[in-house]
Design a protein around this ligand. Sequence first.
Ligand SMILES: Nc1ncnc2c1ncn2[C@@H]1O[C@H](COP(=O)(O)OP(=O)(O)OP(=O)(O)O)[C@@H](O)[C@H]1O
Length: 229
Amino acid sequence: MIRFQSVSKRYDTGQEALSRVDFHIERGEMVFLTGHSGAGKSTLMKLIMLMERPTQGQIQVGGRATERIRGSAIAHYRRNIGVVFQNHQLLFDRSVFDNVALPLRVAGYHDADIGRRVRASLDKVGLLRKERQNPITLSGGEQQRVGIARAVVNKPALILADEPTGNLDPELSAEIMRLFRQFNELGMTLVIASHDIDLIGRMNKRVLSLAEGRVVAGANPNSSGRAEP
Ligand SMILES: Nc1ncnc2c1ncn2[C@@H]1O[C@H](COP(=O)(O)OP(=O)(O)OP(=O)(O)O)[C@@H](O)[C@H]1O
């Protein structure tokens, strides 16, 4: 699903965020991405999203060489990737329903389709009853679940989550992880960047570890990159 081959990224400032990174994530895997602050986790995600381009090396996503994806093809490519952020980036001047509907409206879906898909997605995260509320009236954990419903409403093959539990207490974090596991069981591939070593340890999934822009563990599906219990 995702293959990095000798990928380096140097920003215009001269900072080398990733250095000759090699790894492979198979379709249907759920992988944690970990490493200290500044290790390159967000840069790796931005390269997959085509928000940044590598200075060296090749990136394949879904069997496609991403360097060939340019111009108007980028928006189309991104529709197959759901993104979840720590600060979920909800719009507080619209309802929960409208927030989740946004990617479908951008993609030009018909209203009837939008209604059906948004409700199915809100149902999965347990927020169907709150569709008319403004997200500002929801708790932090509920807001994060709205962000997750929006990320999966398109039924993407791949979900990227950057510190999705950063602001949440341990119980809510575990709940978000249960949701991610359910999506994984439905066949989605997930890459989750997190600092939360305890939480990652309990999930018993592969851990891809970065240190100073290099992969130090868990580069391949069969590598022993699991967190210590
Ligand atoms: N747009 C940018 N321009 C210049 N340098 C950048 C840019 N974005 C990131 N960097 C640098 O690249 C390195 C890796 O940053 P990145 O954000 O990928 O790390 P991270 O592992 O996600 O960190 P954190 O856990 O703190 O979010 C850091 O040294 C950072 O300062």
